[in-house]
Design a protein around this ligand. Structure first.
Ligand SMILES: [Zn+2]
Length: 321
């Protein structure tokens, strides 16, 4: 083999070795209220690791029960906190019920929650932080499930499930448990007094997928110093899912600050808009979603329901954006 041929052979080997890394992407599918749109109640995202592990983040109210055909296999369910629009106190009758502005969320998931109903049907692990795991373990047990399927990842620690490392991070928010999940005399007395149950602090998540992609899922949060010191400096998140709907969580300007100055990821998926974010799949002029996109310096991807996006290890969208 002459020198040039040897060079070509070595180059070919390197090209072969690097090919799988290029091909390995994390697939993200939004399960929102209306196909092809970004609607007020949209929270749920399914992440699929290159190794096939499927993770449902904050089922909320737009997943039409455990039988929603869009779910497929779900290995892991993440619940950032206990508010009904995240854990799922009620939900759509079937996918795309109602309209984007006025979704049909007429099916109650009380007292289990949609997250628990899906976990029971799919035999998924529920991975939460704070003091939420005992709550979910008790719900699973009460419904014939396995309480050990409720797993803990408390601040600073992490747990690896299906090849995905899961950590929880600070979310500056509240985390009251609606007394309707408790029921009975105690639940009624709490409801009458206007007091919620306590399962510790709300959380966000940092996921490290098997291709090396690190994603930050903000949950509902205000601005925190941890978004810089922990999410960026420690975990080095490259993709962010950022809640930006204002009122309950950071608004467009505050969320843009978090992205531009604190987390500094490669790209962002907008979430939790609490408005009609798109019409005909296009960002609605004058919307908070539009304000967020304009204020953020990196690419913002709008999670259109059912539209698959793929991200490489560097957090760059390689398909579907
Ligand atoms: Zn909340």
């Amino acid at each position: 083999m002459n020198r040039m041929n040897r060079f070509a052979a070595v180059a070919a080997v390197f090209a072969t070795l690097s090919l799988p890394a290029i091909a390995q992407t994390v697939k993200v599918t939004p399960l929102g209220g209306i196909e092809g749109e970004f609607c007020p109640q949209d929270r749920a995202l399914v992440f699929e690791d290159p190794n096939g592990t499927r993770i449902l983040y904050d089922p909320g109210r737009t997943v039409a029960g455990a039988g929603d055909p869009r779910l497929g296999r779900i290995d892991i369910i993440l619940v950032s906190h206990m508010h009904g629009d995240h854990v799922g106190n009620a939900h759509n009758k079937e996918p795309n019920s109602g309209t984007c502005a006025a979704p049909d969320m007429s099916v109650s998931a009380m007292p289990n929650s949609l997250a628990v109903n899906i976990a029971l049907a799919k035999k998924s692990k529920i991975v939460t932080g704070s003091e939420m795991p005992p709550f979910f373990a008790a719900k699973l047990k009460a419904n014939g499930g396995n309480p050990a399927d409720s797993m803990l990842a408390r601040f600073g620690g992490s747990v690896t499930v299906g090849g995905v490392r899961i950590a929880t991070v600070t979310a500056m928010h509240s985390n009251g448990v609606d007394p309707d999940y408790i029921g009975g005399e105690l639940g009624k007395a709490m409801k009458d007094a206007g007091i919620a149950g306590d399962v510790g602090l709300a959380t966000g998540y940092v996921l490290r997928f098997s291709n090396g992609l690190v994603a930050y899922l903000s949950g509902d949060t205000g601005v925190t110093a941890d978004q810089e010191r922990v999410v960026r400096d420690l975990y080095q998140a490259k993709l962010a899912v950022m809640n930006m709907g204002d009122g309950f969580t950071t608004g467009p300007a505050e969320s843009a600050f978090v992205i531009n100055e604190l987390v500094k990821p490669t790209s962002v998926i907008a979430s939790h808009a609490n408005e009609v974010g798109t019409v005909g799949g296009k960002v609605r002029p004058g919307s908070k979603t539009e304000a967020f996109i304009k204020a953020v310096k990196v690419p913002v991807h709008v999670p259109l329901s059912g539209k698959l996006m793929e991200f490489d290890a560097a957090g760059k969208c390689t398909a579907g954006c």
